[in-house]
Design a protein around this ligand. Structure first.
Ligand code: ATR
Length: 279
């Protein structure tokens, strides 16, 4: 029996058990994947004792991604650059950490909009938190030429530029509109538009008609931003895709099978988020 889990505080809303449970059943693997609430004070001991507790590894979510980075060996350069870990696994008696958020976003984007060329892309990213860092880094790794990072606290966008280089252009929140004309991809990485959070109030008037609009918020599945973009004819990418795709590599590392993100899995999780969901 191979065991894995997702740790966070709180953790009760995580959909990861639904995703990994689906793949375990599909591949008839003798394994389990559960939610494991871990408080900040207990985090070092939990990670240290992962093997003793019978775990092959775990996912890490809010608020532990940065703390776990300091408790494991970074498995790759991307993780090193991000300073944040969302996937922990055991190999050769060591505890390794990696970050699959960036590839989750890119693979979701590729799946939903296969025609979008990432090389020489100009993107506008709203937000400068942990999710923005992973996404901006992944877009740059895939050849993007310029990324305007628009943030309420513009200093955080400047920090992102210091970490990721001069292709990152910090932009104040009230200067967002000027960035939209030339952009091929607009991504919301803030929590605005999420159920229970304030609305994301932006005008898409200046946005090119061919720009792809992506949101990482997936409650609701179709955010007001995505609905507005679709209404004016822009191609869109829903946030649920990133959640599904970021899960792939962890499953493969722990259970030894690389699973597929299928329409059936998508619909299962979409119905869990919104019982009224129709394709
Ligand atoms: P995550 O890890 O999900 O990216 P985070 O690091 O807390 O979460 O980042 C949240 C992002 O949403 C930040 O860019 C934040 O802007 P600030 O840096 O100015 O705090 C943005 N955000 C949250 N609430 C916001 C609001 N009401 N208006 C504008 N931006 C907001």
């Amino acid at each position: 029996m191979i065991r894995a889990c997702v740790i966070g505080w709180p953790i009760s809303h995580s959909r990861s058990p639904l995703i990994h449970g689906y793949w375990l059943k599909q591949h008839r693997i003798d394994g389990s994947y559960i939610r494991q609430p871990v408080e900040t004070a207990d985090l070092p001991a939990f990670i240290r004792n992962l093997a003793l507790q019978g775990y092959a590894g775990c996912n890490v979510t809010i608020p532990h991604k940065e703390s776990v980075f300091g408790l494991v060996k970074p498995a790759d350069e991307t993780t090193e650059r991000l300073g944040a870990v969302n996937t922990v696994f055991l190999r050769d008696g060591k505890t390794w950490g990696t970050n699959t958020d960036g590839e989750g976003f890119i693979n979701s984007l590729r799946e939903a909009q296969p025609g979008l060329a990432l090389s020489a892309l100009r993107a506008v990213v709203l937000g400068a938190g942990g999710a923005a860092l992973a996404i901006v880094n992944a877009l740059l790794e895939n050849g993007a030429s310029e990324i305007a990072v628009v943030n309420r606290t513009v200093e955080k966008a400047h920090i992102l530029r210091e970490r990721l280089g001069a292709k990152v252009k910090p932009v104040a929140w009230d200067k967002m509109a000027e960035q939209l004309a030339e952009c091929g991809l607009l991504v919301n990485t803030t929590s605005l538009g999420m159920k229970g959070q304030p609305a994301l109030e932006i005008s898409l008037d200046g946005l090119s008609g061919t720009a792809v609009v992506a949101d990482i918020v997936y409650t609701p599945l179709r955010t007001p931003l995505l609905l507005e973009a679709a209404a004016r004819g822009n191609p869109t990418v829903e946030g649920l895709g990133m959640l599904l795709h970021q899960a792939v590599r962890g499953f493969s590392l722990w259970f030894g099978v690389t699973p597929a993100v299928t329409q059936a899995l998508h619909d299962l999780v979409a119905r869990d988020i919104d019982p009224e969901y129709r394709r």
